[in-house]
Design a binder for this molecule. Sequence first.
Ligand code: PGA
Length: 252
Amino acid sequence: MKKFLIIANWKMNPDSPGRALRLGRAIESGIAQAAGVEIVIAPPFPFLGAVKAALKKARLGAQDAFWISKGAYTGEVSAYQLKHLRVRYVIVGHSERRGLGETDEMVEKKLRAVIDAGMNAVLCVGEREREGDDIPAIVGEQLKRAVAGMEKQNLARLAIAYEPVWALSSTPGSRPDTPAGAHRAMLYIRKILADRYGRSAAENVRILYGGSVSASNAASFLHEGNMQGLLVGGASLRPAEFVEIVRAAAKR
Ligand code: PGA
């Protein structure tokens, strides 16, 4: 069994490198004892250097990456550039980026670029609405399109975050999914991977839950829902709460 993967997605927060450094330090000082958990902090691009300096146990993550390594692409940041900053994990296809116009085709290229650059990718999939218990087919479609060109040997560098958009804390009226709902999504995602790559390769891919994860529900997603990690947004900006989430994962 791989370690639980707990990722802090700071989104476009905080507002200064000094605050980012303090936040990184506060998290680091609380997680030093947490054994058996892999922790990733994904700050905004301009703060990668400042936060990296504060990290000892946690690894550095990024929230996006462009697929071409260099050139005339104003405003973009390439996977290769991130690799040089010692970024180890890159979030790809977050619903907030998809909402700004990122297509499945772009997500596929980004995923490939991250893996080709030698980093790990965290692919986000998730439906905007769900009625009843069934996981909507859009989740499977997003996944299949994103891994369309991915070879089996690269699966070891892939994690998938199931993030139903209706459950994100930034969605008005949101509520977290249930552990049972997240578990169903995990089985559905794993079946798609198993059909394509075989069962044993699929078993090695960590499937995370994200959406209003908090100190009070983290343990239930990991231990009842059997998720292999968590993608944490809002609560990752509150160091004491994020540390509690990491500790919930450390109590396997
Ligand atoms: P949330 O965000 O934990 O604030 O719901 C999760 C995410 O968007 O990755």
